[in-house]
Design a protein. Sequence first.
Lengths: 119, 284
Amino acid sequence: MAEYLAKLRYYPGDPLEEILIDDLKKLEQQYGVTVSYEKIENREMKEGLLMENTLEKHIEEISQEIIIVSGDQRDRIADCIRAIYKKYRCPRTAYSLLGSNEAGQAVAKGLMHLHGGWE
Amino acid sequence: MKVLALNGSVRKNGNSEILLKQALMGAEAEGAEVEILRLTDYKIGPCQGCGLCLFRENVCQVKDDTSEIFTRVAAADGIILGAPCYFLELTAVIKQLIDRCWILSHNKIGKPRKPASVIVPYATRGWIPYIFMQANILFSVMNLTKINQAAVCTQGISEVVLDQDAIDLADRMGREIAEAIKNKDFTYRGEEGICPGCNDWLLRVLRDRETIECPTCGMRGKLRVIDGKVKVEFEERAWEERRFKLDVGYNHFTYHIAPSKDYFLRTKEERKKRTQKYKEYLPT
């Protein structure tokens, strides 16, 4: 198991641009870490809007895109996450790092205020 | 056709009230039924931040007069807001009302927008940077479309009656609201601002020192100086992603707020444990 594991949860409308697997592969190669991607889509078109009832669901079940970054070297992990934040902005919510391990969460959280793209 | 004036001034027969009444006279001349409501005559308590209105539709635990204000806004076809600027922004009652508007977030889908204008009497030029920001937020959360805005420099009590230009302007703004309702034309008629969405002049520089944002609607772009004039080149997607657009607002509630219930339940025990020392320290 990698020492650092960060799960970055992006919800609809959050990423600055479309998250493409090819782009993530390039980041993976560039920074020498493991980057994987998961997409959950549960929205339905109603009244002209893509809608979903998220109130009674677990956070992991609602529509979202997750970029998972893992590795054993802190600097590489940090550089990769910084590049992800620069490209897509950082995830926005208090629960957007849920599922990360403690070390990965510390790195991902620490960089949010520096390169979040929100502030 | 009903036009409602919301007065954010506590003063009776003050400049805000005079300008609003003149606007209503204009609207009445165009065939509108009119009504004025002084917000400070109503009890508008602070939002408790309990989230009940978000998690259970149309439920607010604060029992005061706010729901009556919302009912009267809902019954009107157009709104004119008047509020003085005492210290850089509008009066506190406007902010208090904005905070209570979360409950309206459920009711926007499928509802038609209505026209609104704002008129702000103020005393000193250069001390009014945030006046339209607050009006823009209030209008957005109330599902209103701003069609005009005006700031009127006038200092003393009821002094605005001496300024015929201001009186004429208020009258015109009232007529415009009535015409907008009749023609269903909510085109913005006021002075253009640097933000094409808010028509305000506020800008925020992000920490990257590259990105410029309208702090109210969140539209983003790059700052340019062309022929010595500052301009913002907004991103193509900015208009689609502005904060108060229906689907953006829906996503904010659905993905940034509603799932916090699950997070709240998961962290309940740990929070309870860590909160104890703060409960015991300087108990309130």
